[in-house]
Design a binder for this molecule. Sequence first.
Ligand SMILES: Cc1ncc(COP(=O)(O)O)c(C=O)c1O
Length: 388
Amino acid sequence: MTAPAAKPAMLPFARPCISEAAVQAVAAVLRSGWITSGPKVVEFEQAFAAATGAANAIAVNSATTGLDLVFAALDLQPGDEVIVPSINWVSGPNMVELNGGTCVFCEVVPGTLNCDLDHVARLIGPRTRAIMPVHFAGAPVDLDRLRALVAGRPITIVEDCAHAAGAHFRGRPIGGDSEVAVFSFHPTKNLTTAEGGMIACRDGELAARLRVLRFHGIRKDAWKNHSRSGKDLYNVTAPGRKGNLPDTLAVLGIHQLADLERMNAERARLAAIYQRELAGLRLCRPLDQALGDGDVHAWHIFVVLVAPGVERAAVVDGLERRGIGTALHFPPVHSQTFYRQKYPGCSLPASEDVGARLLTIPLFPGMGDEDVARVVAALRQVEAELLP
Ligand SMILES: Cc1ncc(COP(=O)(O)O)c(C=O)c1O
């Protein structure tokens, strides 16, 4: 009797890349006696501001919390509209809703999955309070054009930079000159702190409001007060959130940030192999890069679009049988139950079409060339099965 074929080891779509030095640094914080927000957060914020050129950097415990704090600090009012792409993680739209605003979903350009700025231009109206583009997969949105669209109007551009740590637009780091930009440090992200995020913003007053709202609405740093001398009572100036990042995670962020350029360069190198090897496939095609002069793609994820008429679930199954993990970034938000019920008339044909065809295949800096070759070979085999 022949033994059943061994199941191939699973290659996930993403895996964090954490140095031994970072592990030691986390252990040192754990042993230090001060494990929540403190000097490591300050150091991380300063390093992030220096790396991006941002005037202010505010560490938070997730990008979701960061977006929540931004809409709270902007004092979003009922009826205020926020234009946001529907091909998106639900965080941004959810935070608009929780802060009393109204989502106005825009289309994406099918080739890049970045906001369709022609559609955004048509959606801007008297109630538009903010526009929240996503630098999808790490490819920068055309910020010059977006800024020109809102020039002279009371509209804030809230950049969702969850995919964009290390990306550049026209030679400038994303977040460096943003009105307000929110990064994610979730485990699949280019820079991870396990959970965490960073708000970068230009205006000092907005930054001060965000810092107060980040910690219960208390105006002073509690960690500077831990000697409890009694003379420095805290003072709540607004009902705030609890959004602070602990030092145990901030120290990981300091190490990841120092390694970000190298890790992103490796992502870009692997992505270039995919671009070359997948070019002739009928089963699927990679997203367009669409980079301008001075743009740097962060290559957070590698997304392909399954050819029209091919059943995506069959591709996912075929890859899974060969030990290749995949993910979906993202089904349209407007088709989720809550949003369908709240915005029943919302119809976005381009988003609905690509939302059913997009598929994320493995990309992370610890992958070897042989892993990329394995994914490409698996896609070719699945193509032979599904499109003989
Ligand atoms: C586009 C986008 N925005 C926001 C988030 C939320 O990030 P976090 O998990 O840090 O809250 C994510 C996370 O996947 C994302 O992909």
